[in-house]
Design a protein around this ligand. Structure first.
Ligand SMILES: [Ca+2]
Ligand SMILES: [Ca+2]
Ligand SMILES: [Zn+2]
Length: 372
C-alpha cells in the first residue's frame, strides 16, 4: 500500500520535473530580435568651424548673417558633392551638377572650390536645413542650421519672457570658453523634436526650469559629436542603448544658481550633459549595468570608466577637441539615480562622488583606488 503511494508520488514528481525541464528549454524563437545599433555615419564627413563630423544629422549653431565654410571631406576628394539648402524640408534648392547653380531662398551660397562652400546664414533666427549630398553614392549629411537669437537680446536677465539670469562677469581663469555665449537656440513646442544628432533631439537638452515656450538653450557642436562617439563606444562594449537619458543638459545661470551649483558649471555654456543609460527597463533611472541587482554608484562608475578609457585612447587624434574635458560620476540620492557628468571644456578634469559612497560604506576595491 505504502509503496504504491510512493510509486504514484514519484511518478507525479517525475512528471512535474519533466514539465519544468521542458519549459526551461523552450526554444527562444518567440523573442523579438533586438535591432543592432547603427552609428548613422556617412562614408564622408563635413568640416566646419574646425569641427569634423561624419554623422548623417548634426545641429550647427550660427549667428544671424554669419558666414560658415562647409567642406565635404574623406571619401575621395575627386567625388563631387552638391550642397542643398532650404527654408523647410519641402523646398529644397539644388544645384544642377557639382557646381552650385541655384541661389537658395535661405541664406546665400557660394562655391569656393570643389566640395567647399560658403554659406551665409539668414538674418532671422530659426532652423534652416542644409544638405551635402554625394551624388554617386547617394549619401547625404543633413546639417540642421540653427540661427541663434543673439545674446544682446537678453534684457535684465530675461529673453522673450524666458528667465536666463546672468552669466559670470569674469571668465574663469580668463578662458574664452567662459565668456557669455554668442546666442540662444529658440526652442518651441513645434521644433523641440528636431534631431541635433542621429540619436539626440533638441528637447533632451532643455533646462528643467519652469516656464512655457519659447524656451532658450545653448548647445555646442563638440558636445553633440562627443555624445555620439560615447554612445557608439558603449554599444560596441555590449551595452545596448539608442540614446542616453540626459538628466541635465543646458542650464540657465538662473536655474544653475537656484539648484546651488557652481558658478562656472559648464552646463551654462551648453557643452555639458549629465547622462545615464536607461533602456532595460526604461524607467527614468540608470540601468543595472554591471548586473549585480543593485542600481548605484558602481553602475555610474562602469559608464565613467568606459568614457574615460575612450577619451584616453583618443587624446592625441583629431577628435581631441571633443574628447578633452570633464568627467565625473555620482552616486544616487533620494531624488535621482546614479549618473555621469561629461563635458568638452577643452582641458581635462576628473572627479567622483567618493565622499557619499564611502559614507554609505562602499567596499569596492577599485573604488578605494579611485577615491584615494
Ligand atoms: Ca532604467
Ligand atoms: Ca548595478
Ligand atoms: Zn553635470
Amino acid at each position: 500500500m505504502e509503496s504504491r503511494i510512493m510509486k504514484c508520488l514519484s511518478r507525479i514528481a517525475l512528471a512535474f520535473l519533466m514539465v519544468v525541464i521542458l519549459t526551461s528549454f523552450r526554444p527562444q524563437t518567440l523573442a523579438k530580435p533586438f535591432p543592432s545599433f547603427s552609428p548613422e555615419k556617412a562614408t564622408f564627413a563635413v568640416r566646419f568651424k574646425g569641427i569634423i563630423s561624419p554623422y548623417r544629422v548634426l545641429g550647427v549653431f550660427v549667428l544671424p548673417g554669419e558666414t560658415v565654410t562647409l567642406e565635404a571631406i574623406g571619401a575621395g576628394e575627386q567625388n563631387p558633392y552638391v550642397l542643398l539648402t532650404s527654408t523647410s524640408p519641402t523646398t529644397w534648392k539644388k544645384s544642377r551638377d557639382h557646381f552650385y547653380v541655384v541661389q537658395a531662398s535661405a541664406g546665400k551660397v557660394r562655391q569656393l572650390a570643389l566640395n567647399q562652400w560658403q554659406w551665409v546664414a539668414p538674418k532671422t533666427p530659426g532652423m534652416y536645413p542644409v544638405k551635402i549630398r554625394q551624388q554617386r553614392l547617394e549619401e547625404t549629411i543633413t546639417l540642421h542650421m540653427f540661427v541663434l537669437v543673439p545674446f544682446s537680446r537678453v534684457q535684465t536677465g530675461y529673453l522673450n519672457g524666458y528667465r536666463i539670469g546672468s552669466y559670470p562677469v569674469a571668465a574663469y581663469k580668463g578662458l574664452p570658453i567662459y565668456h557669455p555665449p554668442r546666442g540662444f537656440i529658440e526652442v518651441t513646442e513645434k521644433n523641440q523634436d528636431t534631431l541635433v544628432t542621429p540619436h539626440f533631439t533638441l528637447k533632451q537638452f532643455l533646462c528643467k526650469q519652469k516656464g512655457g515656450y519659447p524656451k532658450y538653450i545653448v548647445l555646442r557642436e563638440e558636445l553633440l559629436v562627443q555624445l555620439e562617439l560615447i554612445l557608439e563606444r558603449v554599444n560596441a562594449k555590449g551595452y545596448r542603448a539608442d540614446t542616453f537619458a540626459i538628466m541635465s543638459g543646458y542650464r540657465t545661470p538662473f536655474y544653475n544658481q537656484a539648484i546651488g551649483n557652481g558658478k562656472y558649471s559648464r552646463h551654462q555654456w551648453g557643452d555639458a550633459a549629465d547622462i545615464f543609460i536607461d533602456e532595460f527597463p526604461k524607467d527614468g533611472i540608470m540601468d543595472d549595468l554591471n548586473g549585480d541587482g543593485l542600481i548605484n554608484y558602481a553602475d555610474a562608475l562602469l559608464l565613467y570608466r568606459l568614457i574615460d578609457e575612450f577619451q584616453e585612447e583618443h587624446f592625441e587624434d583629431h577628435f581631441t577637441d571633443f574628447t578633452v574635458g570633464g568627467l565625473g560620476w555620482y552616486e544616487k540620492n533620494t531624488y535621482r539615480g546614479p549618473f555621469v557628468h561629461v563635458d568638452v571644456r577643452g582641458f581635462p578634469a576628473r572627479w567622483g562622488d567618493c565622499k557619499r559612497v564611502l559614507r554609505l560604506g562602499g567596499r569596492d576595491k577599485n573604488l578605494r583606488g579611485m577615491c584615494n
